[in-house]
Design a protein around this ligand. Structure first.
Ligand code: ZN
Length: 243
């Protein structure tokens, strides 16, 4: 088995590298190299900062860090990376603020162990507020991808969509992990409602992703999911229906 403390960096689609780090490689950051440097999508945890820098080195300078959303485990490297930070216009306040903590419902986590540890974990993962240099909205282009807005889990959650090979990099629009058991799963989930700004909207955003009919969905946690587009649509719709 791979060393659980050493990050993994692997190409999951042409020009798309998944850098999986933190404990058990539970957190994903994506590297999108271009001729003039590399764009980083999503900001993982604070502990991943050195690993991301090292992984990015082979592709040249870091051009910018685009945050999928501003939660603690997605903005971890933002404050200390030293690259321009970009996020959706609706996420700016939380990236520069408490990372969405104000709408988390941690007291309502249904199991005792995760209820006990999440506050500590979130503080440990977080790199703190980061100054946002620029914002994007749906339709903007980033490193050959188009920005898609998937609000609900966070107000300004974004994914990146490349229609030519139907690759979707979606941050926490869907979870391929059971966030209460800290374990990868083989199916898609709507993020747990205790972390969602608007749970109903998070379900609708998963339907929006399904309607794109991706071939590969790369999420914020765990390994990407690949399927024929029609099958992927069905799997994501089923996840939305389970709510
Ligand atoms: Zn999140």
């Amino acid at each position: 088995m791979a060393n659980p403390l050493k990050p993994i960096t692997e190409e999951i689609a042409p020009g798309v590298w998944r850098h999986a780090g933190d404990l058990k490689h539970g957190m994903n950051v994506y590297l999108l190299p271009e001729d003039d440097g590399v764009t980083i999508f999503d900001g993982g945890t604070a502990a991943m900062t050195a690993g991301v820098r090292e992984a990015a080195e082979r592709f040249g300078p870091i051009k910018r860090l685009v945050l999928g959303h501003g939660h603690a485990d997605h903005r971890g490297i933002a404050a200390s990376l030293g690259a321009p930070v970009i996020c959706h216009v609706d996420e700016r306040a939380d990236v520069e603020g408490d990372g969405g903590w104000h709408y988390f419902d941690l007291d309502r986590i249904p199991y005792r162990f995760p209820r006990a540890v999440y506050p500590t974990l979130l503080r440990h993962w977080d790199g703190g507020p980061a100054e946002v240099d620029d914002t994007v909205t749906e339709g903007d282009e980033i490193a050959g991808f188009v920005v898609k807005h998937f609000p609900g889990h966070a107000p300004g959650l974004i994914g990146l969509w490349r229609e030519s090979d139907r690759v979707a990099i979606v941050s926490d629009t869907t979870y391929f992990v059971d966030s209460m058991k800290f374990k990868p799963v083989d199916w898609a989930n709507v993020p747990n409602r205790v972390f969602n700004q608007d749970h109903h909207q998070a379900i609708e955003s998963l339907r929006k992703l399904a309607a794109l009919e991706p071939r590969l969905v790369a999420a914020g946690h765990s390994e990407p999911m690949a399927a024929a587009p029609a099958t992927m649509r069905m799997l994501l719709e089923q996840a939305a229906n389970r709510g």
